[in-house]
Design a protein around this ligand. Structure first.
Ligand SMILES: [Fe+2]
Length: 242
């Protein structure tokens, strides 16, 4: 991981931020789960300005010990999991172009800061993330086993759904940070399976299109509680393939 200095955003960048967040504000209360909505309020993230990460971090550190760290581009597997283990989350130091408003294949400040960081105001979520990073890091030199953690992260933290008393809501930051993907994920288009560790750890995904397969949690705690079982199954594979 190579931390970088904050980018000076242009007027056009600020306009991109404003357009995406204003658009999302219209729907997010009825689309995304409470952890995210509460986190936005706590961090005071709004369309008026791209937040100062230092100010965000003061609040995060006080609440859960996590902090966002500005990075150039995508943090790859091992480096990413190690950051979680250090209670850090990488934040892309750029914003998508105007042509790509509702979807970005590379994680930018909208995806990372707006999509992910609000979740890190929540203690149980943050502790899970830290434990996940610690567990995945143990398999740093076993790519085929690490892949199972990657899929698990993808179908929950990035692209998970969750049942709530108001109906199914978005749990994954990858969906939450994209207006287009929010509409798609809650439509009849994707196939939605119940959360299942064995299914998820074997389920391939593509990063270059809307997610046609999704998994729905009964509640966030189901995810937090599932980590020991995921680790046990990966460890079983480790023993049989050693
Ligand atoms: Fe992400």
């Amino acid at each position: 991981m190579k931390a970088v200095a904050p980018k000076k955003y242009t007027t056009e960048d600020l306009e991109t931020w404003r357009v995406i967040l204003s658009e999302h504000r219209k729907k997010r209360d009825s689309q995304v789960c409470d952890i995210f909505l509460k986190g936005l309020e706590i961090l005071d993230i709004n369309e008026d300005e791209i937040p100062d990460l230092e100010e965000i971090n003061k609040v995060l550190m006080r609440r859960t010990g996590f902090e966002g760290v500005l990075v150039e581009g995508l943090e790859e597997g091992n480096s990413f999991y190690h950051m979680l283990e250090e209670r850090q989350f990488p934040v892309g130091n750029f914003i998508r172009s105007r042509e790509d408003l509702s979807y970005t294949p590379a994680p930018d400040i909208v995806h990372d800061l707006y999509g992910h960081l609000p979740f890190y105001t929540d203690k149980a979520y943050s502790d899970f993330s830290y434990e996940f990073g610690k567990a995945a890091s143990r398999y740093a030199d076993r790519p085929e086993l690490l892949r199972q953690f990657e899929r698990f992260f993808w179908f929950t933290v990035e692209f998970g759904l969750v049942k709530t008393t108001q109906g199914v809501r978005i749990f994954g930051a990858g969906i939450a940070s994209s207006t287009g993907e929010c509409d798609y994920a809650l439509s009849d288009a994707p196939t939605v399976y119940p959360f299942d560790i064995d299914h998820i750890r074997k389920q391939e995904f593509r990063i270059d299109e809307m997610q046609k397969i999704l998994f729905c949690l009964e509640n966030p705690e189901q995810l937090y509680r599932s980590l020991p079982e995921l680790c046990a199954r990966v460890e079983q594979d480790a023993r049989t393939s050693a």
